[in-house]
Each structure stands twice: as C-alpha cells, then as structure tokens.
Design a protein around this ligand. Structure first.
Ligand code: KG4
Ligand code: ZN
Length: 352
C-alpha cells in the first residue's frame, strides 16, 4: 500500500508518500513561520493563501523525492479537521481533485488521529491499550485507545492549549516565534524554582487541563519583578530565564499529573506523547522518568503501578507533517471506499 498523505490544517503545507503505513519514502513540509512571525501568531487568511501557493509544488516534490509516479499510489489520505477552515479546504480540494483524476480512493483523517499515528512510524509494535497525550499549539487532550481506530476522550483543555501557553509567554517576553522551541532552549538555563506557579486543581476531579491561570500569573510576575521584554540581539536576563524555566516546569507538571491519574485509572500498556509540544526536551525526559521507571521511594500502596513504556516520534514527525496522515489513513484505505467528492472539512472535527 503506497499512500499519499496531505496535511494543511494550520500553517504547514505538507505531503508525504508512505508505504505499508510505516516506511516513509518522502516527507515534504513547507513551513509558513516566516509569513506569520511579525504577527506573533498564525493569521488564518494569510495561511490559506500560502497553502494555495505551495500545495502543488509540495505534492510534486513528495513524488520526486520518493522516486514515484502519480499512478503508483494506492490511495490518498487528507486531513479534514480540526484546524483552520480555509487552510483545511486547500488540502482537501487538492486531494479530491487528485483522487478524481487518478481514480484512486480517498480517505479523510482527523488531525489528532494523525498525531497518534506519528508515534507508530518508528515504533510499529506499540501495544494497545494506549494512552495518548496530544499536545500542540491548538490542542491538549488525553485520549485512551483500547484498539486501533477506537478512541475515548479522557481529558482536554478547558481554555488554552499547552503550546499556545508557551507561545504567549514568549510573545510577552519578546523572545521570538514560535515560542515553544525558544522556551525549550532557554528553560535549561533558568531555575525552575525561581518563580511560583500553582498547579490548578480541576474541582470536579476530571482529567481536564487548564493553562490560562499560568498566563495571568506570569503577567503578574513580570510586573512585580520589573521584567522588561527582551529585544533581538540583547542578552536575556537571568530573571527572564528563571521565569521561563518556572513556567515551563508548571506546564509539564500539569501534563504529567493528569497523565499519571489517567494511567492509574485506565491501565494502558503504552503512553504516547505526540503533537508539536512533544518535541520539548524536558517534557520528554519527565515522561520517560515518571512512567518508564518505578521510583522505589514513591512505592506506597496507593501509587504502585507497572512501569509503562513512553513513545514519542522524531521531531520531523512530531510537528505537523503529512507522513502521520498517510500512516493514519493506511488502515482506512485497506477497505474499499466510494469516491466521496462531497467530503467536507470541519474546523472543530472531534475524534471521539
Ligand atoms: O503540532 P503542531 O506543529 O501544530 C498544531 O497542531 O498546533 O504544534 C505546534 C506547537 C507550537 O505551539 C510550538 O510552539 C510547539 O508546538 N512546539 C514546542 C516545541 N517545538 C514546537 N513546544 C515546546 N518545546 C518545543 N521544542
Ligand atoms: Zn498538529
């Protein structure tokens, strides 16, 4: 099965050719970071126009790099939500036109399911049931999957996404865009105990997340400590480094705590860390240390649970890409599908 994946849900125009669900022959991503940088965030109208400009080139480049012809594919998988509606429609319309002219089957893929499959590209033998933490600029969800293609929403953010929270602090402090990778780098030079952020307790005991309080607390710390936003080329003060480290650490602890509680409730055999924020080095380390090893000092009866292997994709498959869409679409395309030319995109498409 040779599948073409197409992804255009946010600010990356991407196409990939994937064989058998795991073997990535090409993975082309045209990033729009430079277009949106001066606005400090993605501008939907500009994103759609950039997708329109890039999609033809990106798809033909994916075939060129894989050494394949259009007719060689067995089907097309395309993201149809959630995401920016104008951006989604560019990829979807392109995929429909290709499927129609090549007479190949087409399947829609939920972007979050794509992120879950991103972990399988390098680790095809991940065991079910699994618990996936999908953390990106637009989403923060805990999803329990007892078997391939079956999903149960266990927890989701009630306000900002984790990536959005990181991007916003970077914007307040003038550190650059997108904020996640900058904060990842700077946090290692700061003291995570330098500033206090209290971890929110969701009062109904659910496994949901909340990050907006951290943003308010950060603004208060900035004001009270007299922190001035940085400027390009200027040395970054130790206070800023400490604030960034403390903020990142609070976000990671929130993610870890809710994942720990979900693992205790659902007993997964694997934990997946996926979505752009899963590139974060401290988050990856914390999850490996918390879930893969049993800390004897914490072994009281209430917290005993088996060590659980943690999987995350290589960075190229962690941020938005089309290889993960092709991987998620492969099992769907094994079944015969009618050509769905009325297929639509949905900004708020739910996985479960
Ligand atoms: O999955 P993704 O590429 O797009 C969405 O579906 O949203 O995720 C983008 C998010 C941005 O918020 C970006 O700041 C964050 O992922 N990100 C990171 C890192 N690399 C990207 N956050 C923390 N640490 C990183 N190394
Ligand atoms: Zn994403």
């Amino acid at each position: 099965m040779l599948i073409l994946g197409i992804e255009s849900s946010c600010d990356e125009t991407a196409a990939a050719l994937v064989e058998g669900g795991h073997s990535v022959l090409s993975n082309v991503v045209a990033s729009q970071i430079d277009t949106h940088r001066s606005f400090g965030g993605v501008v939907p109208e500009l994103a759609s126009r950039e997708h329109l400009r890039n999609i033809g080139f990106v798809v033909s480049q994916a075939f060129l790099e894989a050494g394949k012809k259009y007719r060689d594919i067995n089907g097309i998988a395309v993201t149809n939500g959630p995401g920016l509606i104008g951006s989604l429609l560019v990829g979807l319309s392109f995929a429909k036109a290709m499927a129609f002219s090549l007479e190949k089957p087409l399947t829609p893929v939920n972007h979050i399911e794509g992120h879950i499959y991103s972990a399988f590209i390098e680790h095809p033998d991940i065991s079910y049931p699994l618990l996936a933490l999908a953390v990106s600029g637009g989403h923060t969800s805990l999803i329990y999957s007892p078997a391939p293609g079956e999903y149960r929403a266990v927890g989701r953010t009630r306000d900002d996404a984790a990536g959005e929270a990181l991007d916003k602090l970077s914007k307040f402090l003038g550190l650059g865009y997108p904020g996640g990778p900058v904060i990842d780098k700077l946090a290692s030079k700061g003291d995570p105990r330098g500033f206090t952020f209290s971890i929110p307790k969701i009062s109904d005991g659910s496994l949901d997340f909340s990050f907006s309080g951290f943003k308010t607390a950060a603004l208060r710390h900035i004001e009270q400590s007299g922190i001035k936003p940085g400027r390009p080329g200027r040395k970054i003060s130790q206070k800023i480094l400490d604030l960034v480290a403390s903020y990142q650490s609070a976000i990671i602890e929130t993610l870890r705590l809710q994942t720990e509680r979900a693992a205790t409730a659902y007993h997964p055999r694997s934990i997946l860390l996926v979505g752009g924020v899963a590139c974060n080095s401290a988050l990856r380390r914390t999850f490996k240390e918390s879930f893969e090893y049993q800390n004897p000092s914490r072994r009281d009866r209430s917290t005993v649970r088996q060590a659980i292997p943690v999987y995350y994709p290589a960075p190229v498959f962690t941020t938005d890409n089309a290889a993960m869409i092709a991987a998620a679409g492969t099992p769907k395309l094994r079944e015969p599908l009618p050509l769905q030319l009325d297929l639509n995109a949905y900004a708020d498409l739910r996985l479960c």
